[in-house]
Design a protein around this ligand. Sequence first.
Ligand code: PRX
Length: 649
Amino acid sequence: MSYPYQIKDLAGYHEAYQKSIQTPDAFWGEVAENFTWQKKWDKVSDWNFKEPSIKWFIGGKLNITENCLDRHLETMGEKPAIIWEPNDPAESHRIITYKQLHLKVCQFAQVLYNNGVKKGDRVCLYMGMIPELAIAVLACARIGAIHSVIFGGFSAQSIADRLDDAKANFIITCDGAYRGAKDIPLKSVIDDALVGNKNIQRVIVCTRTRTAVSMLKGRDVWWEDEIKKVAAQGTQFVPAEAMDAEDPLFILYTSGSTGKPKGVVHSVAGYMVYTNYTFVNTFNYHPDDIFFCTADIGWITGHSYMVYAPLSAGGTSMMFEGIPTFPDAGRFWDIIDKFKVNILYTAPTAIRSLMGFGLGPVKEHDLSSLKVLGTVGEPINEEAWNWYNEHIGKNKCPIVDTWWQTETGGIMISNMAGITPGKAGWATYPMPGIEPVLVDDKGEEVVKTTSDEEPGILRGNLCIKQAWPSTIRTTYGDHERCRTNYFATYDNLYFTGDGAFRNEAGQYRITGRVDDVLNVSGHRIGTAEVENAINMHAGVVESAVVGYPHDIKGQGIYAFVIYTGSHAQDTHGTADMVRKDILQTVTRIIGPIAKPDKIQFVSGLPKTRSGKIMRRILRKVAEGELTSLGDTSTLLDPAVVDEIVKGVL
Ligand code: PRX
């Protein structure tokens, strides 16, 4: 069995691509026919990048959960929708069929209603990777509440900022989360985030680790108690709210080049159609395949390719609570073997880290069920690609290198498994509906190669010409920010913030961010955000943060810090406490994921006469390229550079 819009071969890709670019409305209208609509759309699309105003399936009414659940009940009610593997392999796994998931989502939707949640309310989810997180996401969508999932690695302060920005009035959390050998006290972090918060009406707490938690009367309720009430009410079914195609589905915060994360907003219909289409076609998904996306639901990859797309396609989504190295580095391979996973979708950083453990953990497991492999989140280096191909795919599984972003909702540039050819390190071809273009800094389309060494290769800033169904709609509460960030750099183009190459065959290779955004283990972190956090530390005068190549994480965080505070005498040597103090501050302000890998104390930063930090020089220092720092004569004080070079870590 396959899907009516499933591309079958290379010619089929070219045909779909041509049609999608020449007549996008006809193309997407046809794809959208395969979904359940409460009312069909009047017009497929209407958009301009000026404002920006982006609308798809205008006038249509639907609910994404009817597409993810209800419509599958009759034909595949007993099929596993989610297979969940716990952190601890000694605990039992859970298999949740479509019928069971539907019931659980309806019951939790009723819990939300009982607790006063209404359509349009913003609900923050701060949970571990348990099925209840997917259930909560879907229950919000069922009643039209806008979910905003926050990754468990963010601090109370980060949560407080996001709650404030989203004007959230409800929270769903867990007592704690298991991650490898650690228990993360989620509810306690939420309590810290809520000090002084006046908007949150209710916190629903799901039991997972059964750690002691404070439960405030009138505000905090247990998930299980609320479900019992609903069961006593006899609720088996909650009708799906009729959503306008353009109603917001969720907010997901992501880092940019400014200090404050942005709340990326996606709307219901376009997101549903595009994620489903790209899921089926990129992975060459067939309805009985078991799809294992290793991302956390706190990131866009988990939203799109663990929850919404596999379920809207009636597929089986594998969900894993733990980490790849617990209890040992064979955990992914064990899961693949145990559940006969067919498609594995993971990040290059995970592959690199597992490579470090050698082949022992791989060899103990039968990986012959695998048909397709995928990567996402950062460029994949050739060594990791080759290892993945040879030792995991046994040279018989296509590897799809999927390039996309939180803002794009779904995969934008990627080879398609078994359909279009792959190429190590290259994302290759655009998806149907996506028209990439490379521009220079002035916004002129790049048409000529600038390098003799790589004839035929064009380099430039990667932009997209036409809107696609899951284009970012706005940044929550600040539309102007959305415009200036993505649509104002170049006229009439969506600017990705990435640089890329294109070869004569029209394939793309993404080279990484061209703005001040780092990609650490596949996660986006703005240098300005980290600098702000470091500068909050008492005694820090100023700091500058840059990325440097890191064997496992892809990029590491290197901070240059001017510090004149207490204990300044112990900013030397390895057992230095001030460094640890700064790391604590960053952990408090953002979370452990933003901790610098290296902190170098300096007495000054290289600045131009107008006071701008010359990051180019700092980047070279951090990369260890000390002999090619370029022209430093325009600096206010060139001597700082010598000092920085001497102290490099
Ligand atoms: O720089 C690109 C990189 O990750 C950024 C998007 O990050 P985020 O919104 O967190 O979403 C990550 C998961 C979709 C991009 O701007 N990136 C993502 N995928 C790739 C990639 N870089 C190279 N190759 C990829 N396949």
